[in-house]
Design a protein around this ligand. Sequence first.
Ligand SMILES: *[C@@H]1O[C@H](CO)[C@@H](O)[C@H](O)[C@H]1NC(C)=O
Ligand SMILES: *[C@@H]1O[C@H](CO)[C@@H](O)[C@H](O)[C@H]1NC(C)=O
Length: 491
Amino acid sequence: MAGALLGVLLLLRLLGAGEAENEELRLYHHLFNNYDPKCRPVKEPEEMVTITLKVTLTNLISLNEKEETLTTSVWIGIDWQDYRLNYSKDDFGGVETLRVPSELVWLPEIVLENNIDGQFGVAYDANVLIYEGGYVSWLPPAIYRSTCAVEVTYFPFDWQNCSLVFRSQTYNAEEVDFVFAVDHEGETISNIDIDTEAYTENGEWAIDFCPGLIRRPNSASAGGPGVVDVIYTLIIRRKPLFYVINIIVPCVLISGLVLLAYFLPAQAGGQKCTVSINVLLAQTVFLFLIAQKIPETSLGVPMLGRYLIFVMVVATVIVMNCVIVLNVSLRTPTTHTMSPRLRHVLLELLPRLLGSGAPPEAPRATSPPRRASSVGLLLRAEELILKKPRSELVFEGQRHRHGVWTAALCQSLGAAAPEVRCCVDAVNFVAESTRDQEASGEEVSDWVRMGKALDNVCFWAALVLFGVGSSLIFLGGYLNRVPDLPYPPCM
Ligand SMILES: *[C@@H]1O[C@H](CO)[C@@H](O)[C@H](O)[C@H]1NC(C)=O
Ligand SMILES: *[C@@H]1O[C@H](CO)[C@@H](O)[C@H](O)[C@H]1NC(C)=O
């Protein structure tokens, strides 16, 4: 009795142990007891392994323009079939997937060919999933730093063409072949897959197109079978707001200030040059900022750089212009003579053309009323003097004005005639020299007016140059759109 009970217990225990045996472990032993990961999963050497590839972009981390490096975070989905891992789930207690470390199975050794930091492989060796029928699936994550030739011509209104080139490092085109994965609806996913929920939007770049292409070597080519490349192209467009706010607007504002130099009067002299040279210095700072951002390439000049060069040239021209205008404005009759033609063009024709109010009145005709009264008196006196002999003038005048009672005084003056004549001569001299001074002062102010007229012309010229140049350059940037490529949009 006791023996029978013991026997039953033993049997139960055996059964229990049998049930408890791990099906996965059994499957693992079944698959891997005779497995060598170094061998390609084909029965005949001429057979090909077909690899299904699907690249999922989770994050476009950055594009470093200076180092011409694109950093991306991707998941690389690779699927293939390994006949040696063929099993039926019915034989193994319904085990649907077996997860094993990736080094235990054969891998196609897919690498990113155009990486820049020697990081060819994946970032994390995820497990390999083995399904019923020998289907193997591997989805490792990777952070890739790949080369991307940055086209700087339209910076910061540019778009870039970067590519990720995958290939099997060890196996040639006769050993492995690549195909794109197929989604649930049976459509081939040839794009880089972007899961809008998992994807983190990049603040600087928008992805417009992301087509993929499998490039098989020409079968007729000499020198071995070659390799199959899977090339994903990323057409990314820069969002320029950052540069508009931080560089373009301040730069346009500061450069616009240079036009103010024209409104400074000639008397301010050096101030005119100071304003424009300060602007020139500020522009140099901006140029320096841009130079730090873009690659050190001589293949193209960035649009922003071209703009800065342009405004710097404008500022330099304005500095030269100011110096020339100062030279004209501060001339004096003792050092320069004014040609009548120049006077006509600059003082009469130009103001009329520019419509800047009434042309300055002909200076000589209108000058008497504008003279200071004492000088006017002197001049009138002088006119009298010109008409009559001096002594006569003196005595006659006196007689007329003061009547007879002064005649006696006049006669006594007549006695002292030589002294009085001397006095009159002195007065005459004063009148003459004042007149000379007046005339020269007038000519000085003519030069100043001429400088002003020049300033006026140059201001409009500079305004047109600045406005047209700026708008042309920025229009070029604005029109630089990503071309309509025959691919479906990426997102
Ligand atoms: C897997 O094994 C089943 C039978 O067990 C067979 O019918 C099938 O063809 C095999 N598949 C491969 C890829 O060898
Ligand atoms: C992007 O570059 C690849 C190769 O570098 C080229 O084949 C493709 O035509 C380029 N695409 C565009 C839109 O320029």
